[in-house]
Design a protein around this ligand. Structure first.
Ligand SMILES: [Zn+2]
Ligand SMILES: [Zn+2]
Length: 347
């Protein structure tokens, strides 16, 4: 709800990460939209691990004070001049990267790596932790009619899973090990199962492991109680084709390098807070490919929108809690305490 204050200014409600470990819900002024832009009313927004990092003050570019958020769906409420492909009332989501369109990365279809990129939910471009978001129409996409706003807010993590899976370069019937079943690990699992891969999930937190099972994981390993290598030697004696690190721990990365077969791929998707010492000799002798995975391209984001219709029943299960903006502190606590995969917030 917007409120008109006595001085006639229009404000919007926003969750502000003021500094590490300090959050407040405040009224801030409404963004003005210009030519080619849209104003979107936020309907549902997820809290991503990257916002948790921002809250902890450990994110490389989401630096407080900020109105963060980047996984959301909403409704167009205002259309700027010279925009002809959107109308008020359109249900949309946003590719959360504004790219230059002319650097070598943009020109070669890797606009996730754009030299001049601006990411939603940073100081440069306030995100959907505010009630309204402004965005150039070129990064706004309509969501399918049968996708709910809640599901629409999960298209972004699904796109991360899709890009991760692409980096893993897995073919039907091949095996992929996923370390960590937070939203990104689980999105990668949903995509991997959709494309017919065999999936192992390594996850110590019980409710997340159970969710991975429900979402179709073939094998689940609790690394605290079972030896990963032993289970793998019984199931995939040569190792898996690819291993994805969505956990961001020293042990997960070292294990990922160990469990892939010769010539296999290790994908780093998690945001690591610490440096990890690896054994270059193993990497050399076994020809292991260690690859990074950073967000997704606009092309993959579009594919994630169409895929969301096909996997919506699974996708929806990533939501652990639904809360209001006013409960933001509690919501961050749940995420920090490993009690939720996704918390969806409503303004
Ligand atoms: Zn995210
Ligand atoms: Zn660029």
């Amino acid at each position: 709800m917007t409120r008109i204050f006595e001085y006639g200014e229009l404000f919007l409600k926003a969750i502000i990460i003021k500094k590490p470990f300090e959050i407040s819900v405040e009224d801030i002024s409404m963004p003005e939209i210009g030519q080619g832009e849209l104003l979107i009313k936020v309907k549902a927004v997820g809290i991503c691990a990257s916002e948790v990092h921002a809250f902890q003050g450990t994110h490389p570019f989401r630096i407080p004070p900020i109105v963060s958020g980047h996984e959301f769906s909403g409704e167009v409420v205002k259309v700027g001049d010279s925009v002809s492909n959107f109308m008020v009332g359109d249900r949309v989501t946003v590719f959360p990267i504004i790219t230059c369109g002319s650097c070598e990365y943009c020109l070669s279809g890797k606009n996730n790596l754009c030299d001049e990129r601006k990411v939603l939910g940073t100081a440069q471009w306030p995100g959907p932790f505010g009630e309204y978001v402004k965005a150039p129409h070129t990064v706004v996409y309509k969501i399918p009619d049968d996708i709910t706003f809640d599901e629409g807010a999960l298209i972004e993590p699904l796109a991360v899973g899709l890009h991760t899976f692409r980096r893993a370069n897995i073919e039907q019937g091949q095996a992929i090990a996923i370390f960590g079943s937070g939203a990104i690990g689980l999105s990668t699992l949903i995509i991997a199962k959709y494309f017919g891969a065999k999936v192992l999930v390594i996850e110590p937190v019980e409710f997340k492991a159970n969710l991975a099972k429900r979402l179709g994981a073939d094998i689940i390993i609790n690394p605290l109680t079972h030896e990963i290598k032993k289970i793998l030697s019984e199931t995939f004696p040569k190792g898996v084709d690819a291993a994805v690190d969505c956990a961001g721990a020293k042990s997960s990365l070292l294990n990922a390098i160990e469990v892939v077969k010769k010539g296999g791929r290790v994908i780093v998707t998690a945001l690591f807070k610490e440096k990890v010492e690896i054994d270059p000799l193993t990497v050399m002798l076994r020809e292991i490919n260690i690859l990074g995975s950073q967000m997704y391209t606009s092309e993959e984001f579009k594919q994630a929108i169409s895929l969301s219709c096909k996997v919506r029943d699974r996708l929806r299960q990533l939501i652990t809690y639904k809360m209001n903006f006013e409960q933001a502190k509690e919501a961050f606590k749940l995420m920090l305490g490993n009690k939720a995969v996704r918390v969806i917030l409503y303004p």
